[in-house]
Design a binder for this molecule. Structure first.
Ligand SMILES: Cc1cc2nc3c(=O)[nH]c(=O)nc-3n(C[C@H](O)[C@H](O)[C@H](O)COP(=O)(O)OP(=O)(O)OC[C@H]3O[C@@H](n4cnc5c(N)ncnc54)[C@H](O)[C@@H]3O)c2cc1C
Length: 272
């Protein structure tokens, strides 16, 4: 839709050009959410595409994803064979209610910064223990673990004017085996529940990441594959009933049921 409150679109060649932030400014990623509803408090868009950041960089240390990398670019990325969790990138890129247009324009950073329970780039980066580099205005960059970034539905730790610059996924996490489960009430719809389990080939340690079912991501750690009982008790403790998200895509009891159901399936698959 046209945003009739916008009076200026800035296209900086460096983020430092935006050194003074004021109400009314908004960073523009792919614009798929910004242009999907009125933005009455926004008068200026700052287009991140003009910064020209390389989308993806693989190295021995892992994968660096620029915030401006599109979800389609990430989906097409061919991961090295020893990154056993590589196929998870594709699974998560396909886990959003996305028309062809949205998929090709939406950025990984925009999806993370939307911080919806059903943001699949949050599910991916939390499960793969990513670290985000944030660029505040007029202060030194800081790093935040993906698991600590989203604090609630459409809420995160970004400060006024702060920019998500980079997402680093460590090679060690990419070398893990994984199991993925997702449910949506409609075919190709928004996720109601999205769970990812990973297991370290070195230590056998297991991480279970619960997203979409809850208002913010919840991650459980086990030194080895837990028993069914241990898993159930860990979920009971980590997720109080009022943390299950409630919207048209699923009621809290439905989301709770599927979290335990998928959690058990993942436990069995990852323990094989
Ligand atoms: C039909 C439809 C279906 C959708 N389905 C889903 C879905 O299933 N799951 C889901 O998660 N979302 C969904 N969305 C919402 C949205 O399109 C996606 O979350 C998308 O990935 C947002 O990315 P973008 O690059 O287009 O973000 P934009 O629209 O450009 O920006 C989104 C927000 O993030 C801010 N922002 C963007 N980049 C940065 C950055 N690098 N640093 C700081 N702030 C930044 C913007 O200022 C804005 O507030 C849907 C939207 C539509 C219209």
């Amino acid at each position: 839709m046209d945003l009739n409150t916008i009076v200026e679109v800035k296209r900086p060649s460096s983020a430092d050009e935006i050194n003074r932030w004021r109400d009314g400014y908004a960073w523009l990623g792919g614009g798929t959410w910004l242009f999907s509803e009125p933005q009455v408090k926004t008068d200026t868009l700052i287009d991140l595409a003009s910064l020209g950041w390389p989308a993806l960089r693989a190295s021995a240390a892992g994968l660096d994803i620029a915030a401006t990398c599109t979800i389609a670019e990430l989906e097409r990325f061919k991961t090295p064979a020893d990154w056993k969790a590589g196929p998870l990138l594709r699974e998560c890129c396909r886990a959003l209610l996305a028309s062809f247009k949205i998929w090709n324009a939406a950025t990984v950073g925009g999806n993370v910064c939307m911080s919806l329970p059903a943001s699949p780039m949050v599910s991916l980066t939390v499960a793969l223990e990513a670290v985000f580099t944030l660029w505040p205005r007029g202060a030194t960059p800081r790093e935040v673990h993906a698991v600590d970034f989203v604090t609630g539905n459409h809420q995160n730790v970004l400060r006024h004017g702060e920019l998500l610059r980079n997402i680093h996924v460590p090679a060690e996490a990419l070398a893990k085996t994984f199991a993925f489960r997702r449910a949506s009430l409609t075919h190709l719809g928004r996720s109601a529940v999205l769970l990812i389990g990973t297991r370290s080939p070195k230590t056998g340690a297991v991480l279970l990441t619960v997203t979409a079912a809850t208002a913010h991501p919840v991650q459980l750690r086990f030194e080895r594959v837990p028993s069914a009982d241990e898993l159930r008790r860990a979920l009971d403790t980590a997720i109080p009933d009022d943390l299950y998200f409630d919207d048209v895509h699923g009621s809290p009891p439905y989301r709770r049921h599927l979290t335990y159901y998928f959690g058990e399936q993942i436990r069995q698959e990852i323990g094989r």
